[in-house]
Design a binder for this molecule. Structure first.
Ligand code: NAG
Ligand code: NAG
Ligand code: NAG
Length: 221
């Protein structure tokens, strides 16, 4: 039996976000002269340096592949576990290791992967320097603060409301991970070992899906 979890947290989050984005629309609308965030390329590879709220450091290989309806975060924890977070647009996520422990969790979310224009409608906050780059900054539904290089239009940095931050180290437009790498291991499709879900799939790992939920709601307004 596969373990599948429908996080109740997402429904609660959706409600909250609906309420907050309605309020936001009433009290503040972006000026038409504000810069527009550059949509994500349909396919890219990025290496992210991340620091979560507890100060744990991670290097994340992000493979965004919108035409194929898939998104991959390969998460290397500092001197720790290498975790594969494979997201499909149909809402299924596979979290697994490729080590001797053969861990895998399958989760189902009510949202797909992020759309390339997920940042549209964000609240423009002006220009700031980040990591030595002059950036345009947007905030979206109190979930993410996003810094984009004014000159190259590449993302430089983002921060989540949890305090987790990402520095964008590489940004390779059009780079695609080959198909065989998108196959979850066979033990994801077998009897799953009993294990506390929270010990394996941390809150941080589901960030992409939570963000998807947040952005889907914000696009409804
Ligand atoms: C990571 O974040 C923690 C908490 O904000 C901070 O104390 C620490 O210096 C950060 N580490 C790095 C390498 O940026
Ligand atoms: C979603 O797609 C993936 C990859 O094709 C597949 O493994 C998974 O079973 C699908 N999930 C659902 C709910 O259909
Ligand atoms: C509206 O958004 C601007 C940034 O574009 C911000 O400085 C201002 O405080 C916001 N006003 C309200 C009432 O939220």
């Amino acid at each position: 039996m596969l373990i599948s979890v429908k996080p109740i947290a997402i429904s609660a989050l959706l409600l909250l976000l609906t309420a907050s984005s309605l309020c936001f629309t009433l009290i503040n609308a972006s000026k038409s002269s504000d810069p527009i965030p550059t949509p994500w390329p349909k396919q890219f590879h990025s290496i992210l340096f991340m620091n979560n709220t507890k100060g744990n450091l991670q290097v994340v290989d992000l493979w965004y592949d919108y035409p194929n309806g898939r998104n991959f975060n390969i998460i290397q924890n500092q001197l720790g576990k290498r975790l594969y977070d494979l997201e499909w647009d149909n809402g299924t996520s596979y979290y697994y290791t490729l080590d001797a422990n053969k861990e895998c969790r399958v989760m189902h979310f009510p949202v797909g992967i992020l759309r390339p224009n997920w940042l549209q409608g964000g609240n423009y906050l002006g220009q700031r320097y980040m990591d030595g780059f002059l950036c345009n900054v947007w905030e979206k539904v109190d979930f993410i603060w996003y810094y984009e290089d004014v000159v190259t239009k590449r993302p430089v940095y983002w921060a989540f409301f949890t305090g987790m931050i990402a520095h964008v180290m590489t940004f390779e437009v059009g780079k695609v991970l080959e198909d065989p790498n998108w196959q979850a291991p066979v033990y994801c499709f077998k009897e799953a070992k009993e294990q506390e879900i929270d010990s394996f799939v941390s809150h941080d790992v589901s960030m992409g899906r939570l963000m998807g939920a947040a952005m889907d709601v914000s696009l409804l307004r």
